[in-house]
Design a protein around this ligand. Structure first.
Ligand code: TGC
Ligand code: FAD
Length: 407
């Protein structure tokens, strides 16, 4: 919050930014949406204005996860929105899911991350690959926020190449003995359950539900992030953890298990980052109309208009890509490669817009008075996780040429 004292602007550490955000829809894409989509979007937008905006700069600055928001996230249906109501989930379509992610990431990528991990990386694999007992045991608690979940795929030496993972399970009667470690795991230090991917004795990747109290399991926090600071990240360490066989996901074997979850989460990111981009554009547009230099608003200079015109053009293209992907997803026809293209394009678009918007704010753009710098720092993570920018390029390259350039 800026306070003027004796003509000097001072910034207090607890910033309660006034949220004047309004959505941007240059191509009337709202006309393509159903009433239910608009209702869901507007409800989440209101929730973000009330609950996220007033506190997010402060939490981000302190590098603290606003854990008190979990209950509210559950109440607005952010955890597993497109999973069946039978398990306490939203039963919505893929476009509603996308719009929820868009509005959450408009608030902060870390808040969207919390919802992505819980819904797409923890609840989705339990729903899709779990037994009915596992679904009934875990999904309602995860949907209501009573349980927090995390997803362990990445290892210290295997990020882009998860097939090289060394975390492993060995058969021990009615249980498996789990050893290894995972790195960069969103929510791990506060998670009640972890969906962990490990190789069995035949080298086949299997999914396990590991509970926080299991002996030999720890989840230390990773400190020192300049990005996604309002999200908690940690490791997963397994030292002879005895995981009952009933905790293995029976419905999948092989890397397609975790990669299918990634498709679901990457889809949400393709929508989510449009929210971050719109927030930056919205702030830059307003600032440029209010800020005067050389006797007129800086919005009146051609170079500022070039930035703003390019921003709204790129946002509009990203919205159309996300909407079309959403209609394909609703028909069960969105391919992993199509999802990769949208994730890559839209994250890069949002990051470029955050950088340009920060410039339009001049020096003020580096402060917590405006959201651009925080979004920009967050989006550096989003560019890397769920498959890096270059990995998604190679996925598109392989799809169009038929030639694998990864290895
Ligand atoms: P490859 O041989 O290509 O594939 C193995 C099997 O998986 C299938 N598959 C997919 N299925 C569903 N969705 C996808 N996106 C899929 N991609 C591949 C594939 O058809 C095959 O099936 P089958 O039946 O033939 O066995 O595997 P590869 O080892 O060559 O790897 C390919 C590559 C490099 C593209 C993949 O490994 C990859 O995507 N790497 C990036 C890793 C990554 O994205 N990690 C993300 C970790 S989780 C995270 O970041 C969460 S952040 C959370 C937050 O806070 O929001
Ligand atoms: P590397 O794979 O080592 O890549 C380094 C660079 O090399 C990148 O630029 C990459 O594009 C490039 N590169 C790699 N291979 C190739 C190739 N074949 N050709 C060309 N270039 C290549 N993971 C989880 O499992 N669960 C989580 O919840 C989770 N949350 C995360 C939260 C945060 C804040 C962060 C930063 C990461 C998170 N991740 C999570 C991990 C994330 O998915 C990985 O960081 C990502 O997949 C990249 O892996 P890496 O960091 O090991 O980079």
């Amino acid at each position: 919050m800026a306070v003027i004292e004796n003509g000097t602007t001072k910034h207090t550490s607890t910033t309660a930014r006034v949220d004047r955000f309004r959505g941007h829809d240059y191509y009337n894409i709202d006309d393509l949406l159903e009433t239910e989509h608009l209702l869901v979007r507007d409800a989440v937008r209101d929730w973000v204005k009330q609950e996220v905006t007033p506190i997010i700069e402060d939490y981000s600055e302190r590098a603290e996860y606003p854990r008190h928001l979990v209950k509210g996230l559950a109440e607005i249906g952010a955890f597993g929105p497109s999973l069946p109501e039978k398990y306490g989930c939203g039963g919505m379509d893929e476009i509603s899911y996308g719009l929820i992610m868009q509005e959450l990431e408009r608030g902060d990528s870390g808040i969207r991350s919390a919802a992505s991990v819980q819904g797409s990386l923890v609840m989705y694999p339990i729903y899709r690959f779990g037994s009915e007992e596992q679904r009934m045991k875990y999904l309602p608690k995860l949907a209501s926020g009573e349980f927090i979940g995390c997803f362990g795929l990445t290892e210290p030496d295997h990020g882009s190449n998860p097939s090289g993972m060394i975390t492993n399970i060995k058969d021990d009667g009615d249980a498996y003995i789990l050893n290894g470690s995972k790195m960069w795991i969103t929510n791990s230090p506060i998670a009640d359950v972890a969906v962990v991917w490990a190789k069995d004795e035949e080298g086949v990747v299997r999914g396990l539900i590991v509970e926080k109290d299991m002996k030999g399991f720890s989840a230390p926090e990773i400190h020192g992030k300049w990005s996604l600071r309002a999200s908690i990240t940690g490791e997963l360490v397994f030292e002879d953890v005895r995981v009952p066989k009933e905790n293995v996901l029976p419905g999948v074997a092989g890397l397609k298990g975790p990669l299918s979850c990634l498709s679901k989460a990457r889809y949400g990111i393709a929508w989510g980052v449009i929210g971050a981009a719109m927030d930056c554009y919205d702030s830059a547009l307003r600032y440029s109309l209010e800020r005067e230099q050389f006797g007129k608003p800086i919005a009146g200079f051609q170079l500022t208009q070039k930035k703003l015109a390019e921003m709204i053009t790129e946002i509009t293209k990203a919205q159309l890509l996300a909407w079309r992907l959403g209609t394909l997803a609703n028909e069960g026809k969105a391919s992993p490669a199509q999802i990769s293209m949208a994730k890559r394009n839209n994250v890069h678009m949002a990051l470029e817009i955050a950088r340009e918007a920060r410039q339009i704010h001049g020096g003020m753009g580096i402060t917590n008075e405006y959201p651009c710098m925080r979004h920009m720092m967050n989006l550096e993570t989003v560019l890397t996780y769920e498959g890096t920018h270059d990995i998604h390029l190679l996925i598109t390259g392989m799809d169009v040429t038929g030639i694998n350039a990864f290895k």
